[in-house]
Design a protein around this ligand. Structure first.
Ligand code: THU
Length: 149
C-alpha cells in the first residue's frame, strides 16, 4: 500500500520526467517514476531512435536506472506512468514483463486509464506472468530456472 499523497508525488515525478522524453518520431512523450522498497525514487522517459524498433519506453528507462544505481536486489514498491497526450496509457507488454522482474506481490502500478489515474497490482497488470523455465543441458539433464535466481 502507498498513500494517496505518495501516488500524487509519483505522478508529479513521472510528469517531470516526461518533459525530458526524446520523441521526435511519435511525439508521444511518456514519463515514469518508481518508488523502491527502500524508499528511493527513480524516473525515466521514452527515448526513440531513427531505427524505430530501438525506442525504449519510459517505464523501462526508469527500471534500468533503478538497477544501474541500486543493484540487482532493488525492488519496485510502486511505479507511475504518465503521458502528455490526453488518452489512456497503460504500460505496454514488454514493460509489464520488465516491471514484473523487479516486483513483489505488493507492487503497485499507477497509470492513466479511461477514467483517470488508476492503481492496480502487478498480478492484475500481468496475470500468469512468465517467471520460470526448464533449461536442458547437452547431457539431457534439466535445471529449473526461476526469476532472479
Ligand atoms: N511508450 C512508452 O514509453 N511506454 C509504453 O508503455 C508504451 C509506449 C512509448 C514508445 C514510443 O516512444 C511511444 O510511446 C509510442 O509508442
Amino acid at each position: 500500500m502507498i498513500t494517496k499523497d505518495m501516488e500524487q508525488k509519483l505522478i508529479a515525478f513521472a510528469k517531470e520526467a516526461q518533459e525530458k522524453a526524446y520523441v521526435p518520431y511519435s511525439k508521444f512523450a511518456v514519463g515514469a517514476a518508481i518508488l523502491t522498497d527502500a524508499g528511493d525514487f527513480f524516473t525515466g522517459c521514452n527515448v526513440e531512435n531513427i531505427s524505430y524498433g530501438l525506442a525504449n519506453c519510459g517505464e523501462r528507462t526508469a527500471v534500468f536506472r533503478m538497477i544501474a544505481e541500486k543493484g540487482p536486489q532493488a525492488k519496485i514498491k510502486a511505479i507511475a506512468v504518465t503521458t502528455k497526450a490526453d488518452i489512456p496509457c497503460p504500460p505496454c507488454g514488454a514493460c509489464r514483463q520488465v516491471i514484473q522482474e523487479f516486483s513483489t506481490p505488493e507492487t503497485l502500478i499507477i497509470y492513466k486509464g479511461p477514467k483517470g489515474y488508476t492503481t492496480v497490482s502487478m498480478d492484475q497488470l500481468l496475470p500468469g506472468a512468465f517467471t520460470e523455465f526448464v533449461a536442458l543441458d547437452h547431457t539431457g539433464s534439466s535445471t529449473r530456472i526461476q526469476k532472479g535466481m
